[in-house]
Design a protein around this ligand. Structure first.
Ligand code: TA6
Length: 299
């Protein structure tokens, strides 16, 4: 809901809050470099297009749910404090609970290079402590300019250490996934979810000719999404991440998802910046951990 508290963060001609029509509030950013939309529900970037690009960098499903308690299919969902299935097997939601929570806007500013920075925040409540019994503060720093930068900072505000896994579960828009190559993972080990989490080693670029659902571990260096159909490459530069997840549901799984059109699987690929699988993160009482991804388009 649009409130006077939100109005304090508006930047005339650059950043405004907008009722999305689904009962959610979006942050709309337009500056000299790029445009972006961020949902305050889920703290989720939904759209980002630098001026140099005709097409959005991010995929957002036409059938995405905009409903309290449901995840929005597309953009950059935040998976936290666990990635994937409930690590305790206790039936809690996959990918944690912050992608279905209302986040607060903590600040906004215009930067000297023409980009715009927004900070979103989420803090534990009685309700979150029933799901995950730890105090925390999350800050999501989003910088919209020639590139899109997203940093998720976990503050452990409790008096004992916590262990988390996490991901920026980014859905990239592609022209035709069957013509896409993900570069930078050659020789990297992965857990193949499609083969019952068998451990395998990547050989050459990642291509998609069927369902792909992989957790790459020990990842370092940039990744590139080479998209022949849209004639562009997206460079992913990360900090604080040892895991990359690559996911495309392909035909059958996409057809069974109520929030995807049947042919959406062709238009998207998730390449996620994560700490997941065996690579969990322990944060001492009073400590913090920063996970960061930057997305840059190269023609
Ligand atoms: O990140 C890959 C993955 O964990 C897949 O295994 C698949 O289940 C997908 O995420 C689900 O994402 P969704 O946004 O539909 O919950």
């Amino acid at each position: 809901m649009y409130t006077s508290q939100l109005r304090d963060h508006e930047i005339r001609g650059e950043l405004r809050f907008h009722e999305s029509g689904h009962g959610f509030t979006n942050i709309e950013i337009t500056n000299a470099r790029a445009r972006a939309t961020i949902s305050t529900y889920a703290g989720q970037v939904l759209s980002y297009r630098p001026n140099s690009c005709r097409d959005d960098l991010l995929f957002l499903g036409n059938r995405a749910h905009y409903e309290d308690g449901k995840a929005i299919k597309g953009g950059i969902p935040v998976c936290w404090p666990w990635f994937g299935a409930d690590p305790d097997g206790a039936g809690r939601p996959a990918h944690g609970f912050v992608r279905t929570r209302q986040w607060e806007t903590g600040g906004s500013e215009s930067l000297a290079d023409g980009s715009t920075r927004v900070v979103m925040r989420l803090t534990d409540t009685g309700e979150t402590r029933k799901i995950w019994p730890h105090p925390f503060r999350l800050c999501l720093e989003i910088t919209v300019g020639d590139s899109l930068r997203v940093a998720l900072v976990t503050h452990n505000t409790g008096d004992s250490s916590i262990t988390i896994s996490q991901a920026l579960h980014t859905y990239f828009r592609v022209g035709d996934v069957s013509k896409v190559r993900v570069l930078g993972l050659d020789g990297t080990e992965y857990l193949d979810k499609v083969a019952n989490f068998a451990r395998k080693t990547q050989s050459g670029p990642v291509t998609v000719e069927g369902e792909v659902d992989r957790i790459y571990t020990g990842v370092s260096g940039d990744l590139l999404i080479d998209d022949a159909s849209l004639a562009r490459r997206i460079r992913i530069t990360t900090r604080g991440s040892g895991t990359a997840v690559v996911w495309n549901p392909w035909i059958e799984i996409a057809a069974g998802m109520a929030d995807l059109d049947d042919d959406d699987y062709r238009k998207m690929i998730c390449v996620e910046t994560a700490n997941a699988g065996p690579e969990t993160i322990e944060i001492a009482a009073g400590g913090k951990y920063r996970l960061e991804a930057e997305y840059t388009v190269e023609a």
